[in-house]
Ligand binder design. Structure first.
Ligand SMILES: *Cc1c(COP(=O)(O)O)cnc(C)c1O
Length: 489
């Protein structure tokens, strides 16, 4: 095996001292010329104790943080097959658009007459999202997918309230994304589970058996978190609608549908889209996102305010909507994310359809190439992601976690593991549309190498990663005993 076969990240091998360990008394980052005024001691009662800070030179600090920055693994470093997250490469032209001074220097309280361009951008992005989904009206306000869900369920709640009778339950397949039950519960709805078919999808019969007039509707992720298309979606929506319910569609997986599925025709009433997944904004570090919602006409009156309206060639923000669920936060959302999204939809245009094709093709390429070495709980073709588990490797005592850790040695960010919960020891791979065949082949090769190692020397895999500074941190302790302040050596 050639030494450079796997990309690796040399940064992971760095050892780095804490700033306190590097501190030397009296060392400074600046030199100030000697003063020509008499020294005057400050009143210690006013100053208090000197802050306990490390004393360092400029180069000490620059090197420390630059080295730490190389410990990161991102989509600009390599393949990042984190299922359910769409960690795709984001074209830099979107960043250039978002960095234009006309956008970055915009003040959110500026008068409408001076922000016509920004309002136009929001209006046009809404039009694009409506064209892509076939839906009727949109709001760009929600700052994340989960906030989009909350918005949609608040709208469903407001709809039932307006009809004069609130309902108390909502149907929630186990293949919904984990944020779905939380969003429903925040609105006071009790999530009701529904049985899946052998193929991992929801069936009309299962819905018919539980849908009643105390059920507000269903929250359905499509493709679901198994990466499988809910092919009965239209019939399911019909059953829900006949009993007066509404359908929330989780559209975070839109990169598996764009250009192919008319959401309006599937019977979905309201749906969120993740700008920071499908529409190409970097994410994953808890940074800002945007989760616009698109809705059918019957739900338009309940959309959040303010809304951008076009009046002749003027754009205005309109808050006069008596049935609206109100504002979700100050101002209009994470605006720079919206700039990136519009740059993305406009640079691709009709080619957004190719995104879908590549995303689905790439996932199925991985599925086909690894199906003989890793267990596939759902062997039918996938949409944009595929799920294996450790069924085969477990016989040698090697688990999903071990496989994920070994991938780090081979230079890959591990896939999502142990999610979705419906699959034991799940290994959830979403390659995304931006990986080339070469990069997919590299990842497949690494996964096959690990499967071989499990046969020949399972301990090698169980004790991995070997190439990193820290091998296996106690993940529970790291979450329970956060150390946010540096500690003195
Ligand atoms: C990521 C994701 C969400 C949540 O989006 P956030 O922006 O992380 O809040 C919801 N549903 C699905 C299917 C997702 O993949």
């Amino acid at each position: 095996m050639s030494e450079n076969k796997y990309p690796g990240t040399s940064g992971l091998a760095f050892k780095e001292a804490l700033l306190w360990e590097r501190s030397r008394a009296g060392r400074l980052a600046i030199s100030i010329p000697e003063q020509d005024v008499p020294k005057s001691d400050l009143d210690p009662n006013l100053v208090g104790d000197a802050p306990d800070l490390p004393e360092l030179s400029e180069v000490d600090v620059v090197r420390h943080y630059t080295r730490l920055s190389t410990w990161n693994y991102g989509v600009d470093t390599g393949t990042y097959p984190l299922g359910s997250c769409t960690m795709k490469y984001n074209p830099k032209v979107n960043e250039q658009a978002a960095a234009l001074p006309g956008f970055t220097e915009l003040h959110p309280l500026a008068p409408e007459s001076s922000i016509q361009g920004a309002l136009k951008l929001m209006y046009e992005l809404e039009r694009d999202l409506l064209e892509i989904t076939g839906m009727h009206a949109a709001s760009l306000q929600p700052s994340a997918g989960a906030q989009g869900e909350l918005t949609g369920i608040l709208m469903i709640h407001a709809y039932h309230a307006h009809k004069g009778k609130q309902r108390h339950k909502i149907i929630m397949p186990s293949t919904a994304h984990g944020t779905n039950p939380a969003s429903a519960a925040l609105c006071g709805y009790k999530p009701v589970p529904v049985e899946l078919s052998k193929d991992g999808i929801v069936t009309p019969d299962a819905i018919r058996a539980i849908m009643d007039d105390d059920t507000a509707g269903i929250m359905i992720t499509n493709p679901n978190t198994l990466g499988i298309f809910e092919s009965h979606i239209a019939e399911i929506a019909q059953i829900i609608h006949e009993k007066g319910g509404l359908v929330y569609g989780d559209g975070a997986n839109m990169n598996a549908l764009m250009g192919y599925v008319d959401i309006e025709k599937t019977g979905i009433d309201v749906m969120h889209l993740n700008m920071h997944k499908t529409f190409s904004t970097p994410h994953g570090g808890g940074g800002p996102g945007a989760g616009p919602v698109v809705a059918r006409d019957i739900l338009e009156p309940f959309l959040p305010v303010p809304r951008v309206k076009k009046d002749g060639d003027r754009y205005t923000l309109v808050s006069d909507a008596p049935l609206s669920v109100g504002r979700l936060h100050a101002f209009y959302g994470n605006f720079a994310i919206l700039v990136r999204a519009l740059a993305y939809t406009r640079t691709l245009g009709k080619d957004l359809k190719d995104v879908t094709e590549q995303a689905v093709l790439n996932a199925n390429y991985i599925k086909a190439n690894l199906k003989d070495v890793y267990n596939l709980p759902f062997p039918q073709p996938s949409m944009h992601e595929c799920i294996f588990n450790d069924g085969i490797q477990h016989r040698s005592g090697v688990t999903t976690m071990d496989i994920a850790k070994r991938l780090i040695d081979l230079g890959y960010h591990p896939p999502t593991v142990y999610f979705p919960l419906v699959v034991d020891g799940a290994i959830m791979i979403e390659p995304t549309e931006t990986e080339s065949k070469d990069d997919l082949d590299g990842f497949i090769d690494a996964m096959k190498t690990i499967a071989e190692e499990v046969k020949a020397n399972p301990d090698e895999v169980k004790n991995s990663p070997h190439n990193t500074t820290i091998s296996r941190p106690d993940e529970v302790q790291a979450a329970r005993k956060l150390i946010l302040k540096g500690q003195k050596a």
